[in-house]
Design a binder for this molecule. Structure first.
Ligand code: FPP
Length: 235
C-alpha cells in the first residue's frame, strides 16, 4: 500500500467525551468505550495489512484535564496493556509505547516495559501507542541531543526515535485519521506526517469501527501521492 512497504496509519481518536455526554454519561465512560474501540480497530488494522498503527492515547497537553479524568485515562491504559498484551502476542502484534515516561506512574511504566518485552519478537503489525506525547517536545529534545553530540541530519531520525522510546524507526505516516470532526494535528507526529494523507471524519471515536477504518482506507486508495514531484517522476 505504501512505497516503503511499511504502510503506516496514525489515528487521533477524538470524540470520546462527546459520545458520553450525548448519552448523559460521564466523560470517563466515553474513554472506556473508546478503549473497546481501540481493541476492535487494532484487530481490523492487522487484518487490513497495516504494518504500523500509531494511536494518540494521551497527549502531553492532556495533563491539563481535570485530575479524575487524567487518572481514569492512565488507569485505562494500564488495564488495556494488562488485558490486550496476550491477545497481541497471539496475533503477532508488537506493542510499543511512544512518548515521555518520566512523568508516568511507575506501575504504568512497568506495564509498558512488560508489554514491550513480551511482544518484542512479533512481526505482523507494530502497534504504537502515544502516551504523554508531544511532537514539538520530541523534536526539540532530539535537536538538543544532536547539537550536544554533533550528529548529522541523517542520524536525526534515530535520535527522534530514541527520544520517543520508539523500538524501531517507524517510518513516515502514510495516512493520518482524525475522528470527532475537528481538523487539526494537535502536536501529533509532526515530523512523521510531512507527506501524510489527512483524513477527517465527523464520526466520534467510540463509533468508528472496522467500517470507519475501511472508509478511510478506501479514501486513501483514491489519493494521488506525489511527494512534491509531478506524476511522471513518481511512477
Ligand atoms: C479525545 O477525546 C480522546 C482522548 C484524549 C483519549 C483517547 C483514549 C482512548 C481512546 C482510550 C484509551 C486508549 C487506549 C490505547 C487503551 P475527547 O475526550 O477529547 O473527546 P471530546 O473532544 O468529545 O471531548
Amino acid at each position: 500500500m505504501s512505497a516503503a512497504g511499511n504502510f503506516h496509519v496514525a489515528i487521533i481518536m477524538d470524540g470520546n467525551g462527546r459520545w458520553a455526554q450525548r448519552r448523559g454519561m460521564p466523560r470517563s465512560a466515553g474513554h472506556v468505550q473508546g478503549a473497546k474501540m481501540v481493541r476492535r480497530v487494532v484487530e481490523a488494522s492487522a487484518r487490513a495489512g497495516i504494518r504500523t498503527l500509531t494511536l494518540y492515547a494521551f497527549s502531553a497537553d492532556n495533563w491539563g484535564r481535570p485530575s479524575p479524568e487524567v487518572d481514569s485515562l492512565l488507569r485505562l491504559l494500564q488495564c488495556y496493556l494488562a488485558s490486550e498484551t496476550r491477545r497481541c502476542l497471539r496475533n503477532s502484534v508488537r506493542i510499543n509505547v511512544i512518548g515521555r515516561r518520566d512523568r508516568l506512574p511507575a506501575s504504568l511504566v512497568r506495564a509498558i516495559e512488560h508489554s514491550e518485552r513480551l511482544t518484542a519478537h512479533c512481526t505482523r503489525m507494530r502497534l504504537r501507542i502515544a502516551v504523554d506525547y508531544s511532537s514539538k517536545h520530541s523534536i526539540l529534545e532530539a535537536a538538543r541531543r544532536a547539537s550536544a553530540s554533533g550528529l548529522s541530519a541523517q542520524s536525526f531520525e534515530s535520535l527522534l526515535a530514541e527520544v520517543d522510546h520508539s523500538a524501531v524507526e517507524s517510518g513516515p505516516v502514510d495516512l493520518l485519521i482524525r475522528t470527532g470532526g475537528e481538523q487539526r494535528l494537535s502536536d501529533f507526529l509532526l515530523w512523521d506526517c510531512a507527506y501524510a494523507e489527512l483524513y477527517f471524519t465527523d464520526v466520534l471515536w467510540p463509533d468508528f469501527g472496522e467500517a470507519g477504518l475501511h472508509a478511510a482506507l478506501e479514501d486513501f486508495a483514491g489519493r494521488q501521492r506525489r511527494f512534491g514531484k509531478v506524476l511522471a517522476e513518481t511512477a
